[in-house]
Design a protein around this ligand. Structure first.
Ligand SMILES: Nc1ncnc2c1ncn2[C@@H]1O[C@H](COP(=O)(O)OP(=O)(O)O)[C@@H](O)[C@H]1O
Ligand SMILES: [Mg+2]
Length: 262
């Protein structure tokens, strides 16, 4: 069985190709990174995978099932979760509540009405207790206890990014898509995030598809890297292979040309 596969994916907006014939395969357990300059098509690729966009051509397979054409909620139910490049949390709600939202696809009854209306011994009450237990595990795992009851809007940026990660984990995914999880972070927050991502791979056994701009981070944690530019594939391989590729060097180091490499 193949875990995850993208075959000949293409999509255009107003005649401009955002993705052009992209194919790759992710093995179960990997941290697979996608790199490329701004506008390369990385987020578009995620949107095609999780059903926000329908590709013009090509196919996406998760555990041998074709998923392109399915609605985002169906794809999430199959076990694919994602975080967004910009934080998308409910600012007035606390950490616990935001993480509970990540459980919604497992909920059979309406959580926020259930308990009040039928009490803790009802089915809805029992269900809520089970979901809360799962969310408490994630709060422990990510060390978010002190943020537990705080409205997320007032928390530090790095903590908010971590809560978004927690909300994705709350859906108990097999495959996690992270869109620039370290964007806008300071060095310390970045180090923390790298630590959590490695832990998610090692301890939770979740396969990760990672978009990241920070080359050092990508080289540090990825098992496999795909480089794209202008919607097309440049190269893929191990971090050391990809790092040596002339077009990757050009795309990432181009601006530094002539700044004295002596
Ligand atoms: N919904 C859309 N409508 C029009 N153009 C889009 C849309 N989504 C993405 N694009 C275009 O596709 C290209 C790739 O964008 P994106 O995938 O966001 O790049 P990246 O994430 O690599 O920075 C850009 O030129 C962008 O303007
Ligand atoms: Mg992007």
């Amino acid at each position: 069985m193949s875990f995850f596969k993208v075959c000949n994916l293409s999509i255009s907006f107003g005649g401009l190709a955002a993705l052009n014939d992209v194919s790759f395969e992710v093995q179960k357990g990997q941290i697979f990174a996608i790199i490329g300059p701004n506008g390369a098509g990385k987020t578009t690729l995620f949107n095609c995978i999780n059903g926000i966009y329908t590709p013009d051509e090509g196919e996406v397979f998760f555990k041998d099932q074709k998923i392109n054409g399915l609605r985002p909620d169906r794809i999430a139910r199959l076990g694919i979760a994602r975080t967004f490049q910009n934080i998308e949390l409910f600012n007035h709600m606390n950490t616990m509540e935001n993480l509970m939202l990540g459980r919604h696809l497992h909920m059979k009854s309406n959580l926020f009405r259930g308990v009040g209306m039928w009490g803790p011994h009802s089915f809805a009450g029992q269900e809520e207790i089970a979901h809360r237990r799962k969310v408490e595990e994630i709060i422990d795992f990510l060390g978010l206890q002190s943020a537990r009851n705080q409205p997320v809007g007032g928390l530090p940026y790095g903590t908010q990014k971590q809560i978004e990660l927690g909300r994705a984990l709350a859906s108990e995914p097999e495959f996690l898509l992270l869109d620039e999880p370290c964007a806008g972070m300071n060095a310390e927050e970045k180090q923390d995030m790298i630590f959590w991502i490695k832990d998610i791979q090692d301890e939770l056994g979740i396969t990760i598809l990672l978009i990241e701009h920070d080359m050092n981070m990508v080289m540090d944690i990825s098992d496999h890297i795909l480089a794209i530019n202008f919607g097309g594939m440049i190269t893929e391989g191990t971090p050391s292979d990809v790092q040596k590729h002339p077009e990757v060097l050009k795309a990432y180091l181009g601006e530094e040309d002539g700044e004295g490499s002596a």
